[in-house]
Design a protein around this ligand. Structure first.
Ligand SMILES: Nc1ncnc2c1ncn2[C@@H]1O[C@H](COP(=O)(O)OP(=O)(O)O)[C@@H](O)[C@H]1O
Ligand SMILES: [Mg+2]
Length: 343
């Protein structure tokens, strides 16, 4: 029977619980694994996944023990057929430990291309998403995505990357010298759910923004991009699973002084459809970014379906709004997709 591990960091989310419930209903063996469960001992030199400490009532005990130590049941990555790293964020250290614990002989059989969504990895755990296997932490960032998507011939907002003061300086010039007209977007290379996307209508607002964000730049090492502002009456979220589009929803902001369409900042969601070329584009965008389970955010210049522009490709997308809008049983589809990888 196919064994699946879904890794997550921080608190367990409702989304993950839904995925586990879906698996249970379908009779699929799926463990939710917190990065807190990753451990090793130098004497043994083997990275293990221990069973849960009992204080975590929302999680199950891990199944069959491969080793008992201090009352903890131990498993390792090689006990699974599919490893789905749903969150990576602050957990690349653990991710890397797990990846490196996969038997080397097995590891060689994988593809090399980070966009290799197909895999065909018969003898080692199948790793989702590809970027986790072949990538670096920066591959999950928006800046890298802008470069990769552009390189693949996919339109993205025109962007300038650099330190905040540099971004300010380039907009300081006179009309001729400015790269973009007002307003402009300042977007954190990391960040999601609209939390690091800002709009500046003029130089004063940009200066204020830069001053406010400076601390996160110097103290947290965050990076930002300046982007042209693209007029839109909403945007679309396309959910991609491997080579397929699971569905599409339209999102639109409602508040008057809001420019972000994110569901998490109050945007409305409704089921939608898009031309086949756009769906193909979304699958390509996900592949280019090394993602198999992806939420692709797309808008259209001049509201023209011939002019798609991609905001970003989300790893481990949220799907509550998407389920509400489309009625699609996303957790079940994710489980089906994960199972299909080892067939
Ligand atoms: N260049 C832009 N021009 C206009 N609106 C933008 C631009 N970039 C982002 N937005 C708005 O901000 C929202 C969030 O941006 P996005 O890049 O998807 O980051 P997040 O990860 O926070 O969702 C988008 O859904 C869109 O409504
Ligand atoms: Mg987004």
């Amino acid at each position: 029977m196919t064994k699946i591990a879904v890794f997550f960091g921080g608190k367990i989310s409702k989304h993950l619980v839904l995925v586990r419930e879906a698996a249970r209903k379908m009779g699929v063996d799926l463990d939710l694994v917190s990065y807190n469960q990753v451990c090793f001992e130098t004497g043994e030199n083997k990275v293990k996944i221990r069973s849960n400490i009992k204080t975590h009532p929302s999680l199950d005990e891990l199944g069959t023990p491969s080793l008992e130590k201090g009352g903890f049941k131990m498993k390792d990555a090689n006990d699974y057929d599919v490893l789905f790293f749903r969150t990576t964020g602050k957990h690349w250290e653990e991710v890397d430990l797990i990846i490196n614990s996969i038997d080397n002989k097995k590891k060689e059989k994988g593809g090399k291309d980070i966009g290799d969504n197909k895999g065909g990895h018969k003898d080692r755990p199948y790793i989702v998403d590809p970027l986790v296997m072949y990538g670096k932490p920066s591959y999950a960032c928006k800046a890298w995505q802008m470069l990769k998507l552009k390189e693949a011939g996919i339109d993205v907002p025109k962007s300038i990357y650099g330190s905040l003061w540099y971004l300010y300086e380039v907009m300081k010039g006179d009309h001729e010298g400015r790269p973009y007209k007002w307003p402009v977007i300042i977007k954190g290379s990391g960040g999601d759910r609209g939390t690091r996307v800002f709009k500046a209508n003029n130089l004063e607002e940009l200066e204020r923004l830069v001053r406010d964000l400076r601390k996160s730049e110097t103290e947290e090492g965050r990076r930002y991009m300046l982007q042209e502002y693209i007029e839109n009456e909403g945007d679309f979220r396309i959910l991609v699973l491997g080579e397929k589009v699971l569905g599409v929803m339209k999102r639109a902001r409602t508040a008057k002084n809001e420019f972000r369409n994110n569901y998490s900042v109050g945007g409305t969601v409704e089921v939608a459809n898009l031309p086949e070329e756009i769906k193909k584009l979304a699958v390509k965008a996900a592949r280019v970014c090394g993602l198999a389970v992806a939420g692709v955010d797309v808008a259209f210049r001049d509201n023209d379906f011939k002019k798609p522009v991609i905001w970003e490709v989300n790893k481990g997308p949220q799907f509550k709004g998407f389920m509400k809008a489309t009625g699609i049983d996303v957790p079940a589809e994710i489980v089906k997709y994960l199972v299909s990888l080892v067939k």
